[in-house]
Ligand binder design. Structure first.
Ligand SMILES: C[S@@+](CC[C@H](N)C(=O)[O-])C[C@H]1O[C@@H](n2cnc3c(N)ncnc32)[C@H](O)[C@@H]1O
Length: 219
């Protein structure tokens, strides 16, 4: 990782995932409690609500925009949550692969991650195959990957991508299906609140990390 914010950037002070090949999550949020990762928290509302609904969890947000990483991390600290909820500036597609140890994360959240819909924006998609490999590696056996979007085409793309991963199995409302009617985490993202207010349909998917021993050896 060689990119650095220009020193005069107004949010150059945003906390960043340290450089290096194997960054222990414990280094990012020391202490006790299961880890949950939110990719692209934006304005951060979910982290505050989740910190309230799951007080035993350690929450790590990975946010590509310096401004939101800096502001949300500061607000978490001001609210007294900084010891168990942090946001780091990072491109999750790059940083997730450097976090560890394997099998240490209970839930990964992807709330409305890819709003772009134009063909030329496809290369910017966050939720792609490399990210998914990192998520599968980090999740504990039975750990959850939750994604939601108001773009139906994106939801279909995620379903196809996640379902094709050998380490993941659908964990929605009905057996064998990944679709969830509701968000079961007692916390909503800002975009989710907005979509609900605007009456937009929200497509929600949940997959679970298969037990490692049960994985197909050549899957
Ligand atoms: C549409 S916003 C959704 C924000 C929030 N998750 C919500 O639901 O309200 C997508 C967020 O993902 C962030 N993002 C986009 N690409 C990213 C990447 N590669 N790594 C980390 N964050 C990313 C954007 O900066 C933005 O904050």
């Amino acid at each position: 990782m060689s990119w650095k914010p220009r020193p005069n950037h107004p949010y150059a002070h945003a906390p960043r995932v340290p450089e290096g090949a194997a960054i222990p999550l414990d280094e990012l949020v020391p202490g006790e409690g299961r880890f949950e990762i939110e990719i692209g928290p934006g304005r951060g509302g979910f982290l505050f609500e989740r910190a309230a609904s799951r007080p035993d969890a350690r929450l790590v947000g990975l946010e590509i925009r310096l401004k939101w990483a800096a502001l949300v991390d500061e607000r978490l600290q001001k609210r007294g949550l900084g010891a168990r909820a942090r946001v780091f500036n990072a491109d999750a597609r790059e940083a997730l692969g450097r976090l560890g140890p394997d099998a240490s994360v209970a839930v990964v959240y992807l709330h409305f991650p890819d709003p772009w819909w134009k063909k030329r924006h496809e290369k910017r998609l966050v939720a792609g195959a490399p990210l998914l490999d990192g998520i599968a590696r980090l999740l504990v056996d039975g750990g959850e990957l939750f994604a939601q979007t108001d773009v139906e085409e994106r939801a279909q793309q995620y379903e196809a991508l996640f379902a094709a991963h050998p380490a993941l199995e659908p964990a929605g409302d009905a057996p064998g299906s990944p679709w969830l009617a509701e968000n079961p985490y007692g916390a909503r993202s800002p975009r989710e609140h907005r979509a609900i207010l605007d009456g937009l349909p929200v497509h929600r998917l949940r997959f679970r990390r298969r037990p490692r021993a049960a994985e197909a050896p050549f899957g």
